[in-house]
Design a protein. Sequence first.
Length: 105
Amino acid sequence: MVRENLKTGAPVRLSAATVANWARHAEGVDEQGQPIDVQDQLADVLVPLAQSQRENPTAFIENTAVFGDLAGQPRFVEAYLWALDSLHRDGARATLEKLLGKDTP
């Protein structure tokens, strides 16, 4: 669906935000700084990528085995980076409120 939306010009912000939320969770730390036990079949690969995304914000989606070429799709990357930044800066609730208000790329 993401690729079809990219191809047709349809919105990708919710899909990108879902991936950004997955990446934020995979960092292994909640919004209060408490550890999260990441339960994911791909944790061995994705957790280190997620933990490096403050220095390299696209690290998580650069895993081509999982995301293919999404890191090379400017519209997806813009929406993903907006969501990831919002999750880090404002938290999940505020990010969701912004998404529902459509105040996003």
